[in-house]
Design a protein around this ligand. Structure first.
Ligand code: UGA
Length: 442
């Protein structure tokens, strides 16, 4: 099929590459000329396993084309995906400026029936707004009867496994009440709908709300576990035992119940805020989501509080090795990463950070620039040299195997603050370490 994707961020680029891989002719449109120029050369602006070869293959086969020419994009695609950003406004609500700009651009150029598909995470009612914006523009052009449909088709991919998630989705939500639109999308997604039926067709508003409900449910699981971990701390219980104890009940399940130093990334924090804001706009207080968010904000301070307590409230001149900067493993994304709150606290107390992350070093330099209290290290071992303690903020695979001998030799004092519960307290205790983690007896 002929497809155009507006927006080459995480969602748009991955979706476009995957659709091109499935032999669709896909054009990607972005207003960022520099980004498009780089993408044309096969240069990927983000770290995402498997994406680069897929984009390069798409370029080589001619199935994937990058352009800044919106008119060409509109002309090319029968299916037009809107996959631009919806950053939070000052009040936490999703800013729809970019989505509506794309809608108007589509309406300015279309001259036959188009299927406009919202991929971006957008509040309930956005499809109506897109529809209205397009209708207005078509009326201005004197062609008010040109047919089109606006479909909600939210994306559920995870950073770090985006390509795999897109190739093998666990569900494909299609929000439309038009049979023809449903049939077009069923056809497009047929190669991804093998083995068992994954397509769920529903009305547009339910599809829009499904996306928020999914992310907010997962964020709730995490904040709930973090709250239980804090209680475990106080009563002397072990959150890891509790996790297994409750996860074994299939109604709870083992996934997304790992306690830690809070969720980050571009999705959960933004989507929880946006749903709270949507609820408030309709006179509801969203008590659970408000608690989910405030628990997460406080959880990001968990390690800094423990570090301060350990060093008797004085971190001036102390040096900390920090393993992990990205908000989770397998990404270079540091948006809303707990490591950032932690570094700010440490710097605020006069400490220096020796940081290492397998992918996010460039991103860290881009965010913070060169500064005296941040040393960007070449390896996890380099970060340890002369530090007063080791801090783990992200559970990258390469941090899981700990050489306690090397660690002890490199650190000034054998102290580990682990925000992701990566090691066994008994083993580190026996190796002579003071080991602090989340919700487990220190
Ligand atoms: C999330 C959702 O998982 C995707 O389904 C969704 O499509 C995406 O948002 C989106 O809306 O675009 P992502 O932000 O990539 O994906 O990250 P997750 O893997 O969900 O992790 C989010 C955060 O939760 C991370 O900071 C992670 O460290 C934390 N987390 C996760 C925990 O603290 N504990 C857990 O048990 C699981």
């Amino acid at each position: 099929m002929n497809v155009t994707v507006f927006g080459t961020g995480y969602v748009g680029l991955v979706q476009a590459a995957v659709l091109a891989e499935a032999s669709n002719r896909v054009v990607c449109i972005d207003i960022d000329t520099d980004k498009i120029a780089r993408l044309k050369q096969g240069e990927i602006p983000i770290y995402e396993p498997g994406l680069e070869p897929m984009v390069k293959n798409g370029i080589a086969t001619g199935n994937l084309v990058f352009s800044t020419d919106a008119a060409y994009g509109v002309e090319h695609g029968e299916l037009l995906f809107i996959a631009v950003g919806t950053p939070p406004d000052e009040d936490g609500s999703a800013d729809l400026r970019h989505v509506l700009t794309v809608a108007r651009t589509i309406a300015a150029h279309m001259d036959c029936k188009k299927y406009i598909i919202n991929k971006s995470t957008v509040p309930v009612g956005t499809a109506d707004k897109v529809r209205a914006a397009i209708g207005e523009q078509l009326a201005k052009r004197g062609i008010p009867d040109l047919p089109f449909d606006v479909i909600s088709n939210p994306e559920f991919l995870k950073e770090g496994s985006a390509v795999a998630d897109c190739m093998r989705p666990d569900r494909i939500v299609i929000g439309t009440s038009e049979a023809e639109s449903e049939q077009k999308l069923r056809h497009l997604y047929a190669p991804f709908n093998r083995n068992h039926e994954k397509i769920l067709v529903m009305d547009v508003k339910s599809a829009e709300l499904t996306k928020y409900a999914a992310n907010c449910m997962l964020a709730t699981k995490i904040s709930f576990m973090n709250e239980i971990a804090n209680i475990a701390d106080k009563v002397g219980a072990d959150i890891e035992a509790v996790r297994q104890g409750i996860g074994s009940d299939p109604r709870v399940g083992y996934q997304f119940i790992y306690a830690g130093i809070g969720y980050g990334g571009s999705c959960f924090p933004k989507d929880v805020k946006a749903l709270i804001s949507s609820a408030r706009q309709r006179g509801l207080s969203a008590d659970i989501l408000t608690a989910v968010e405030s628990r997460n904000e406080r959880q990001k301070h968990y390690l800094a509080d423990k570090i301060l307590a350990h060093f008797n409230g004085n971190l001036n001149g102390r040096v900390f090795a920090l393993w992990g900067l990205s908000f989770k493993p397998n990404t270079d994304d540091m948006r809303e990463a707990p490591s950032r709150v932690l570094m700010d606290r440490l710097w605020g107390q006069g400490a220096t950070v020796r940081a290492f992350d397998p992918q996010a070093m460039e991103e860290c330099l881009r965010i913070y620039g060169a500064r005296d209290n941040l040393v960007l290290c070449d390896s996890k071992n380099d970060a340890l040299q002369g530090a007063d303690a080791l801090i783990i903020a992200t559970e990258w695979q390469q941090f899981k195997a700990l050489n306690t001998g090397e660690l002890k030799a490199a650190l000034k004092t054998p102290v580990v603050f682990d925000g992701r519960n990566q090691y066994e307290p008994d083993e580190l205790g026996e190796a002579g370490f003071e080991y602090y983690c989340v919700g487990r007896p220190d």
